[in-house]
Design a protein around this ligand. Sequence first.
Ligand code: NPG
Length: 374
Amino acid sequence: MSEVPEISLRAVELREVALPLVRPFRTSFGEEREKRAILVRAIGDDVEGWGECVASEEPRYSEEWLDGAWMALERWIAPSVLGGEVKRPGHVVERVRWIRGHRMAKAAIEAAVLDGWLRKAGVSLSDHLSGVRDRIACGVSVGIAPTVEEMLEEIRGYLAKGYRRIKMKIEPGRDLGVVRAVRGALPDTPLSVDANGAYTPADTPLFEALDELELMMIEQPLDVEDLMDHAGLQARLNTPICLDESIRSASDALAAIRLGACRIINIKPGRVGGILEAKRVHDVALGSNVPVWIGGMLETGVGRAANLALAAMPGVTLPGDTSASDRYFSEDLTEPFVLSADGTMAVPVGPGIGVEPLQGRLEACTVRASLIKP
Ligand code: NPG
């Protein structure tokens, strides 16, 4: 960036939004029927920026949950950010460093300040992250369905739209049989599975059986804390293990790679505490020739736009859970993101994340709001 702009942050607005999902999303953690998210608006003197907090309603995916993130933002994070000068996005990280954890909440405010700062500079997030592509390949994540037939019907619908990879959620009892049936019906489709940490090393024979099914990857088979066990399992499998929940920072990524705990990494900015840390995870992986892809947390258009910009980075060589708006919502909060028939989506080119919530939609979806001033 030739000229470094500065912003002067005046206030932070939080909004909780609720949007019905087009179909329930079931994982090994449970089922979601509605998307609830906290949107953060960074209000500067002459510019505004938006970020989305991906904490779910219940602390199942990680320790964070929506109401806890709201409290952390309101009580600690926003006041810390507003308590001193924030002129650049890097200042946000410095100001909240004393607060332990709460990565998803911190990431949302960093994203909002980064968006405002880039809007002022007239630079897109993708350019800021040294993105190398203007369209990205998209995959789709398929929740656990009551029957194989229903799962296959949903998968065929996504393939007809052009999605380039299908990720199936698995849980104990709904795993090998379903995956075998889908692989049998779709021998050439790029398939992966995601266990969200639902298994233990005692399930190694199950993974050895899945290893025969030519999957692109097995995502987060074991517990979030078990890097050593993942290394032991990876040594027994040809299929790459992809880590998601276990990678909470660039330093976790380095440790996992050095231990041989994974051969692929899923990057989610919320999980690692921000877009800037997500870029560091990418850089660590690229330096070790470990492919990465951008995950998804059922984001509205605000979070999705940032994910698409991240997906333009050079090391993101696998299709992500960066699906089109209509996979989640009949009406998004922003102008919808649309999949092309070739299974790609355009990276936003406007300044910052390149999109904003539509005012009417935002008002209609808001369930609570809070304005935090210094
Ligand atoms: O397409 O945004 C999407 C969803 C992708 O499967 C997906 N996300 O474990 O990665 C995951 C899962 C998830 C969703 C986790 C919501 C937590 C909350």
